[in-house]
Design a protein around this ligand. Structure first.
Ligand code: S3P
Length: 163
């Protein structure tokens, strides 16, 4: 199996969908956020004490560890902030974008304290969303809209497009 990378905004369901996809397809499941936490500690603490750049360095380092085949990889929403990460995912596997509307993200995340970049005012969050939406779309080999869909239905949609 070609390695599959799940990308999308915070709250788009990358981890849930990634685990289900892995249940269906097999291979090995990895999550770049979990990898960072395991090696370097909680994400909110890294942002607070070392800053976003340091987190992006850790995230990029973890992504590099997914080189090879047979992985289903859930990524952090900001993985596309570094162009080199997009290039890496494209050259190492297939990129799947979980496309979720801003309103749906807001209702899913509420005021989640564990996501430092979600602790902003509405305008800033919308700007971040719009800017990234474009980057995800440009990078995607497969796009699945996840609004009003259960993770199981999203997985069905992905598998349908893989065949
Ligand atoms: C981030 C998203 C988070 C996590 C970190 C930064 C982002 O992952 O990597 O808080 O920049 O969008 P999720 O997309 O899993 O929430």
């Amino acid at each position: 199996m070609q390695t599959l990378y799940l990308i999308g905004f915070m709250g788009s369901g990358k981890s849930t969908v990634g685990k289900l996809l892995h249940d269906k397809l097999g291979g090995l499941y990895l999550d770049t956020d979990e990898m960072v936490v395991e090696k370097y500690g909680e994400i909110a603490t890294i942002f607070e004490q070392k800053g976003e750049k340091q987190f992006r360095d850790y995230e990029t380092e973890m992504l590099r560890e997914t080189a090879g085949e047979n992985f289903v990889v859930s990524t952090g929403g900001g993985i596309i902030e570094r162009r080199e990460n997009g290039k890496f995912m494209k050259s190492n596997g297939l990129v799947i974008y979980l496309d979720t509307s801003f309103d749906e993200i807001e209702s899913r995340l509420g005021s989640d304290p564990t996501r430092p970049l979600w602790r902003k005012n509405d305008l800033e969050k919308q700007r971040l969303y719009q800017r990234r939406n474009k980057l995800y779309s440009e990078l995607a080999d497969i796009t699945v809209v996840t609004d009003h869909k259960s993770p199981h239905i999203a997985v069905k949609g992905i598998i349908g497009q893989l065949q």
